[in-house]
Every structure is written in structure tokens, then in C-alpha cells.
Design a binder for this molecule. Sequence first.
Ligand SMILES: [Mg+2]
Length: 361
Amino acid sequence: MGFSGRQEDRRGGLRGTRGTARTGGAASGPVGGRGPPRYRTEKARSPDRREGTRHRRSGNDDGMTITVTHADRQAARRSLQGLALGDAFGERWFPLFRERERAQEEIRQRRTPEEDDWRWTDDTAMALVIHQVLDRHGEMDQDRLAAAFARAYADDRGRGYGAGMRELLPQLLEEPARWRELAPGLFDGGSLGNGASMRVAPLGAWFSADLGTAARQAELSARVTHAHPEGAAGAVAVAVAAALSVRGELSVSAVADRTPAGLVRDGLRRAAGVPFATAPREAAGILGSGTRVRADDTVPFAVWTAARHPADLESALWSTAEGFGDVDTTCAITGGIVAAATGVGGVPADWLSRREGLPLE
Ligand SMILES: [Mg+2]
């Protein structure tokens, strides 16, 4: 199913979409049994969303008819807020801010970090770019995305960008289309890091009505900087997880089922077998928590904690923090997935007053 030619639908159709969080799979989930799902239309069950949402009937690969509702702007905003909160919260647990024993003790006691200026990092800076490109163009226009990543980096370099981005993004500032040759040259074969995964949850929420589109757009978003298939697979997994979260259908195995074959999917399959009764620190030991900053070392644990607490952002973030590792990024991923459904309203008020806000209209 091609993606071009729908610009008008997305641009025209989404203004004013109401922000009702979907609360369960029953109303918004698949209709019918096996095979590619058909979806009930929002229009059928929520007349008040009619004005802002358009529907397109298209054949999928198996010739079945599906009804696609594009662009859940409100879910994408919820996800972005959760991602930024997770990023800023997670950053507090790095040794830069508190040494490991103190961090472990404070997490065990669920003690809110005392600083009153929780800044977000590169995870959020890049997620803001993806959100902006979606908002303006309705899809992942890769040259525009590359240019916008480069501009965001040039405007604010002090967000903890990794080495690959510090090398790549300045080169894209004048010639953004060169991502095609430059990204595959990073790290001898393209980056398989977690950077494409950490920024993509809002995209998954945006396209939550169509998991196939969410996956394809996530891949496009990744390739601009992460040319290695594992780097892109991590992004697909997180986007699908955020989409499933919006739909009230999040499970680790459902995410694995829609992730391209490889190490990320292997890790998700392993995660699907880790019972939720397992302590997060132990799960992080089994799955990895980003210590190697690779997608396959990061995404399975972050999806696992999200699926462990799909309706409780605060608990999801505490559990993710318990895993340490690349903790701003694991918390950004988990926060983006869970908040796509819950929003950030359920976390303690002092979290919201301490976190850095977002430059959104
Ligand atoms: Mg970061």
C-alpha cells in the first residue's frame, strides 16, 4: 500500500481531532479473527470525532478491506510529553548526578530526584524534530527530516548527542540529502545504536490507526541516521509498541511479531518470556538496558517495562530506572509508549513542575 498521495487527507483531516484516549482494545481493536485486522471506524463509535478525522478504505496485501484513520495528533502529543518526561527523569539517575549506590537506594525508595530542573536530552530534541516534520508534512520526508535534525543540533548542541550524531549532523546541515551516503558510512556499516528508537514513539502514536504505516514510517525515520537494519528494527519495534499502546493492545509478543527479523526481534521474543513478576533489575540483566547503546540491547527491556505497566506511567518509569544502563533513553522509550495512552497527568505533580517543558505551540 503506497503512502504517497495522502497528504491532503492528513493535512486537512486532522485539524481539531478530539483527544479522547482510547482505553481498551474492545472498542478500537481488530474486528474479526485471524489475518490482517479490519478496524471499526472512529466515526461509527465516536460521532464527536467525525469532524477532525477522515477515513480511507484501502485493500491490504491480502485483498481484505481495512479502514484507516490517519494521524492521531493528540496521541502523538501525549507520547511526546511522556518521552520528554521519561528522558528528563531517567537522566537524573546517571552517575553525573548521583553515584550508583545512592541512585539504587533512591529508586528503591521511590524518592523523587530532588533537583528542580530536570532537563531533557538528545532523545527529546530529536523526537521534537520528528513530531515537527509529521505536523508540517504528514509523513517522514527524509530529506526534510535530515535537514531538521541537523538544524536542531546546530541550534542546541548541549543535549548529550552521541558520537555518531556529532559526526553526521554537522555534515547534513548544508547538504541534508547526503544522509544517503553518509549514514551508511557511520560505524562501518551504519549505526545499530538506539538513537532511532529513542525518538520515534510519537510517530507510532500518530499512525496508531494503521500498524503497517507506523512500521514503514518508523523505518523511514530511522534510515536518515541509522542505516544498519538493527538500528531501524529498534525504531519499528518502538513505533509499533506506541501504536499498540494507544489502541489498548500492547504486549511484548505483539511488538515482536511486527518487528523485522534480527537481534532486536530475538530480544523481544526473549522479553516476551520474562514474567512480569520478575524484578526489573533482573530483567535488565537478562535483556540488557542499553549499556552497549545498541538497539537490541535497549529496546526489549524498555518495551517489557512499558508492557508491564501499560496504564501507569509513574510505575513504568520507576521500573525502567531500576534497570539503569542507558537510563535516559530507556525511560524515554518507555515513557513515549505508555504516555501515548495515559498522557502524563497521572505522575506526581512535582515531576511535572521539575521537568523541562517542550517548545510546542
Ligand atoms: Mg539522551
